[in-house]
Write a protein that binds this ligand. Structure first.
Ligand code: SAM
Length: 355
């Protein structure tokens, strides 16, 4: 029998090599067989149907259920274009040690069948929220539906009162580390109704973001929460620093690393994450972690800001990641304190793997 490789099949079928690999890994191409790190495809195999193009995995497709500073939805296409080949096959472990709202996590989960999945973050309430969505989604949506019914019909004053009471209750439960499901519901409610979805705490560790001004915020998206719960079944969800993930990273791993970005200018040195700075020494330590993960054979993708937006001479990351491929991608960010202001800037995507 005559065979095409993925590239030849992609040309013939007027699609991408990645799409061909997805079709093959989903058994949609009769007679296709793994070959090296790709596929061999019988020349007479029919092109899969058009509807298989859009959703490589059956519904329901889980989406991020939180807004998060540094969320990656906007540049997801550019990140996706750098996913490794063999994802969902030889590379069937996924680790995202700075998960935030998990834009890349949910994209990977919706497209590929991964074996072992690890997500982590140092934000305790965020992680407890993920665990609650995974383990107790019915109780959680019941509480959120109640909040929605009580909050949405209120006028500005009633909403403000509801918001303030919810924030006080959240801070009380956070301190006691009790009523985990209610705490997760409050976390989601506050995230969707506070100013810009920020998560900021004061020196006492109390969440202190004021209410935002959304006319009709989504408080309970039960359908998505259920899809997320299903997608998270069996996922290792850990509250820990990123270093913890090293133990489970190996040569079958794809690791997406999205740390707090290095501020572009001294005046923008404000991070909305949990207490604990992420300065230049921490960025350097993280680069050593990336080296170690690559040394273990993992394929690692790292996001960060590009200092060259504000200082063309600043080669901080070029030096830190000199061993790896550094790519500059276009992004639109609202950063008022830098010369470029609001508009297109570049960000870094660093690709590391053992050659
Ligand atoms: C840029 S955000 C990640 C955004 C995420 N990719 C998204 O799409 O929403 C960085 C995250 O790292 C977490 N973080 C900060 N320091 C950390 C550390 N040392 N280890 C693990 N997570 C940390 C923060 O709590 C925050 O959620």
């Amino acid at each position: 029998m005559d065979y095409n490789d993925e590239i030849q099949a992609a040309v013939e079928w007027k699609t991408t090599r990645e799409q061909v690999a997805i079709w093959c890994s989903r058994d949609l191409v009769p007679g296709a067989e793994p070959a090296g790190d790709g596929w061999k495809i019988p020349k007479n195999a029919p092109r899969p149907r058009a509807e298989d193009l859009v959703s490589p995995k059956p519904e329901p497709v889980a989406k991020p259920f939180l807004k998060w500073a540094g969320g990656k939805t906007q540049i997801l296409d550019q990140i996706r274009a750098r996913y490794p080949e063999g994802l969902g096959r030889e590379l069937d472990r996924y680790a995202e040690p700075f998960v935030g709202s998990g834009a890349v996590l949910f994209d990977v989960l919706s497209r590929y069948d991964m074996g072992e999945i690890y997500i982590g973050d140092t934000n305790r309430e965020l992680i407890a929220c993920y665990q609650t969505v995974r383990d107790r989604v019915d109780e959680l949506t019941e509480i959120l539906e109640r909040y929605e019914k009580d909050y949405l019909p209120g006028d500005a004053a009633a909403r403000k009162l509801f918001y303030t009471q919810a924030r006080t209750r959240f801070n009380q439960l956070k301190k006691e580390a009790s009523h985990v499901t209610e705490l997760a519901a409050l976390f989601i409610f506050l995230n969707h109704t506070c100013f810009n979805g920020l998560y900021r705490v004061n020196s006492e560790g109390e969440f202190n973001v004021p209410m935002g001004s959304y006319r009709n915020p989504t408080i309970c998206d039960a359908k998505n929460l259920r899809a997320v719960s299903q997608a998270l079944a069996g996922v290792n969800i850990t509250c820990a620093g990123y270093g913890q993930s090293l133990g489970i990273i190996n040569s079958s791993s794809f690791v997406y690393v999205d740390p707090p970005y290095r501020p572009l200018s001294p005046t923008s040195r404000f991070t909305s994450y949990v207490q604990g700075a992420f300065g230049d020494p921490e960025q350097a330590e993280l680069a050593r972690f990336v080296d170690e993960a690559v040394e273990k054979g993992a394929y690692v993708l790292v996001s960060n800001s590009d200092p060259k937006n504000t200082d063309p001479q600043d080669d901080f990351f070029d030096r830190l990641y000199a061993k790896h491929a550094i790519e500059r991608i276009k992004a639109v960010r609202v950063i008022n304190s830098v010369a470029t202001g609001r508009g297109a800037i570049t960000e870094l995507l660093i690709v590391g793997y053992k050659k």
